[in-house]
Design a protein around this ligand. Structure first.
Ligand SMILES: Cc1cc2nc3c(=O)[nH]c(=O)nc-3n(C[C@H](O)[C@H](O)[C@H](O)COP(=O)(O)OP(=O)(O)OC[C@H]3O[C@@H](n4cnc5c(N)ncnc54)[C@H](O)[C@@H]3O)c2cc1C
Length: 423
């Protein structure tokens, strides 16, 4: 029996309510497809995926654990985690929020747990649990999945669509959802611009800072629980964990800066100056005062062995060395000029960033389809009726922590509901 006739016998009413084509077999596409098929048994739902893999980002996300969402239950607070699309998500989250994601998966026997930093993962600690759940759901509701099916062009004509595939095939549809993820280059958006949509230029977000040949990279693996990182000549500043890597700086504070500064740092060609306060509870003045009393009570001791402020020892030793202090110098013998240099290095250590590295754990594209062209209540194009958008293809992106998947689930669900109500 051919695949098509097998579908017809399993789902005899499929198609009576029209055909929905979902372009992209990622988180947003799957969530939209399975919900649309469940909400509307007459709708024929087809996912077209250009590669031979489904849900590939779900698979690798969160180090193979899938950071499904974030344990934040206030829409305003949640929206503050989106450098682009903040006002848009404020509207979309009213329809499907973090609580709904948790409940949706729970109803399907997938329980999520929150970690201390708020990131939520399946209790199995395996992204395969999420993939299996979505594949089961697709199977239960008769979603047809076609891999190796790249869409080259979509033509809209009087509420009917022609979907052209790279292999020459042509499919007709009543509804089309573009859920093809973020595109790194402007040229890749051409087939969507042909539909009359405009884009905000894509730039990478969630990257780490390169410090080529900087001596601090010898400290690779050292992590600082809380540092303040500021980008010179901008308002960009973040406080939080910083990780020193063999190529430069990483960790949540740096990744957040990269997200908030995605456009500005791209304009600067990733060439900028960073100021790090390793002891953010202090500024130069307050540290001077504190250091003075520390110095007086430890005067006969060697500086290198008396780590002020509980910094990682390797960092303390490095900063001592960078300040021109020998391993033998005692607090009593520290010249005030050198003390000033040490204090400056502790609260205002300056490094020159030259280049970026995309974070292996999680990266997204900032930019995409302009939000002014999309109705946030339905995710429908304001230019072409029955054409919808979901997920990262939109000009919405979050910082690291499960925010990008939440946007994918939310928008996928809204499309499913809108199509069902539209019918
Ligand atoms: C390594 C990594 C780890 C991540 N970890 C996390 C995390 O832990 N938490 C979090 O919130 N976010 C994470 N993200 C971001 C998150 O994965 C994305 O924001 C999310 O997957 C976007 O979902 P999407 O469905 O919009 O796009 P995608 O998941 O990118 O799916 C789009 C699909 O469309 C297909 N496609 C594209 N063009 C066409 C076409 N013309 N025809 C047919 N198919 C097409 C693509 O092949 C792809 O399969 C991570 C990203 C990466 C790269």
């Amino acid at each position: 029996m051919s695949k098509e006739s097998e579908f017809k016998s399993r789902y005899p009413h499929r198609g009576a309510g029209g055909r929905l084509i979902v372009i992209g077999g990622g988180a947003a596409g799957f969530f939209c497809a399975v919900n649309a098929a469940r909400m509307n048994s007459g709708l024929e739902v087809i996912i077209l995926e250009k590669t031979n893999k489904l849900l590939s980002k779900v698979k690798v996300s969160g180090g193979g654990r899938c950071n499904v969402t974030h344990a934040l239950f206030d829409i305003i607070e949640m929206s503050k985690r989106y450098p682009r699309g903040q006002n848009f998500v404020k509207k979309t989250f009213h329809q499907f929020f973090t609580t709904d994601t948790i409940e949706w998966f729970k109803t399907r026997d997938v329980n999520l747990k929150a970690e201390e930093d708020g990131r939520m993962f399946p209790v199995t600690n395996s992204s395969q649990t999420i993939i299996d759940c979505l594949l089961n759901e697709a199977n239960s509701y008769g979603v047809e999945i076609r891999m190796n099916s790249e869409v080259k062009e979509v033509k809209a004509n009087n509420l009917q669509f022609e979907v052209h595939l790279a292999n020459g095939e042509l499919l007709a549809a009543n509804f089309v959802v573009i859920a093809c993820g973020g595109y790194a280059k402007t040229s890749m958006f051409q087939w969507l611009q042909n539909l009359g949509h405009t884009i905000s230029e894509p730039v990478p977000s969630l990257f780490t800072f390169n410090l080529p040949k900087h001596p601090i990279t010898q400290l690779m693996g050292v992590s600082i629980e809380k540092a303040r990182v500021k980008i010179e000549g901008s308002k960009l500043v973040e406080e939080g964990p910083v990780l020193i890597t063999h190529w430069g700086l990483s960790g949540p504070a740096v990744l957040r800066l990269s997200a908030w500064g995605a456009r500005e740092l791209s304009v600067r060609s990733y060439d900028f100056t960073v100021h790090i306060n390793w002891l953010p509870a202090y500024n130069e003045q307050s540290l001077k005062e504190q250091f003075q009393s520390f110095r007086n009570s430890n005067s006969s001791k060697k500086i290198i062995n008396h780590n002020f402020g509980f910094l990682p020892n390797r960092l303390w030793q490095f900063l001592i060395e960078q300040s021109g202090i020998t391993s033998e110098t005692r607090f009593a013998d520290l010249p005030s000029k050198t003390e000033n240099i040490l204090i400056k290095n502790l609260v205002d250590y300056v490094v020159e960033v030259k280049g970026k590295t995309t974070f292996k754990e999680e990266f997204v594209t900032a930019g995409g389809i302009n939000l002014s062209e999309i109705d946030a209540n339905t995710m429908m194009s304001k230019k072409i009726p029955n054409l919808f958008f979901a997920g990262e293809i939109l000009d919405v992106d979050g910082i690291t922590g499960g925010f990008n998947f939440q946007h994918a689930w939310t928008t996928g669900w809204i499309v499913a509901k809108a199509i069902t109500q539209n019918k």
